[in-house]
Write a protein that binds this ligand. Structure first.
Ligand SMILES: Cc1cc2nc3c(=O)[nH]c(=O)nc-3n(C[C@H](O)[C@H](O)[C@H](O)COP(=O)(O)O)c2cc1C
Length: 218
């Protein structure tokens, strides 16, 4: 019994601490290291460097960078209120970030700053219908959960969802510019295929995707 609990603790520690993320992780929650919430490139320089990258290498992204990336995207920056790095209408926080890796997909939980497994197969061809983006080590899929927006905003839900995903994608672009990563926001998603794969409810709407990775070195 004691030996078994040590094994579990070691395996959780290993999941927390080592190596870059790849789809070969066991399908258990992945606890990300705490994000680095200071430093990075000066904002004006990051804005000057922001661009879409349309060619990716297979180089894996270190776990620390994934932690920073997701925190920058839509992490909690005020723990006392649970508010995030992006403004949302009446603080509805409707966007869920699905993190598509080569062999598995996870969803980001901001409060716990961890990834929860969604499925353990390769859905990159659904998350990215353009070949160049299928090579990227990470494809983020922004899903709005309309049930998180009050019914009085019924007519505005698509606008709010697009606005929120757009804000998240700009945070990702700026983080990537700062960290020497490439990114591109994309509409080229197989929405019907992904909806099935992710087993989304009627309230969950796929807004956009964004590929992240290193540009090939020359
Ligand atoms: C709403 C939106 C949808 C986009 N969809 C795609 C897409 O499906 N495929 C793609 O390769 N790029 C896509 N892009 C990226 C644009 O091609 C890119 O932003 C544009 O060429 C300007 O380049 P820049 O981002 O480097 O300034 C999209 C951008 C936006 C804002």
């Amino acid at each position: 019994m004691k030996a078994m609990s040590s094994t579990i603790i070691l395996s959780v520690l290993a999941t927390c601490l080592v190596g870059p993320l790849s789809g070969s992780e066991p399908l258990e929650p992945i606890h990300l290291p705490p994000p680095e919430t200071s430093g990075g490139m000066p904002l004006m320089l990051a804005l000057n460097n922001r661009m879409s990258t349309k060619e990716f290498s297979k180089q894996v992204i270190p776990r620390e960078n994934i932690s920073n990336l997701l925190w920058a995207a839509f992490g909690i920056n005020r723990p006392e209120s649970g508010k995030r790095t992006v403004a949302t209408a009446v603080n509805c926080q409707d966007i869920e970030i699905y993190v598509v890796l080569d062999k598995a997909t996870y969803v980001y939980q901001a409060k716990e700053h961890r990834l929860i497994p969604v499925l353990n197969r390769d859905v990159r061809s659904l998350a990215a219908t353009q070949e160049y983006a299928q090579v990227a080590p990470i494809n983020l899929v922004y899903v709005s959960d309309y049930s998180k927006m009050a019914d009085r905003f019924k007519d505005k839900k698509p606008i709010y969802a697009a606005f929120h995903a757009g804000s998240i994608s700009q945070n990702v672009y700026l983080y990537c510019a700062s960290a020497g990563l490439g990114a591109v926001v994309r509409d080229s998603v197989d929405r019907a295929g992904l909806r099935d794969a992710f087993n989304l409810s009627e309230d969950q709407v796929i807004v956009m995707a964004q590929s992240v990775g290193y540009a090939p070195s020359d």
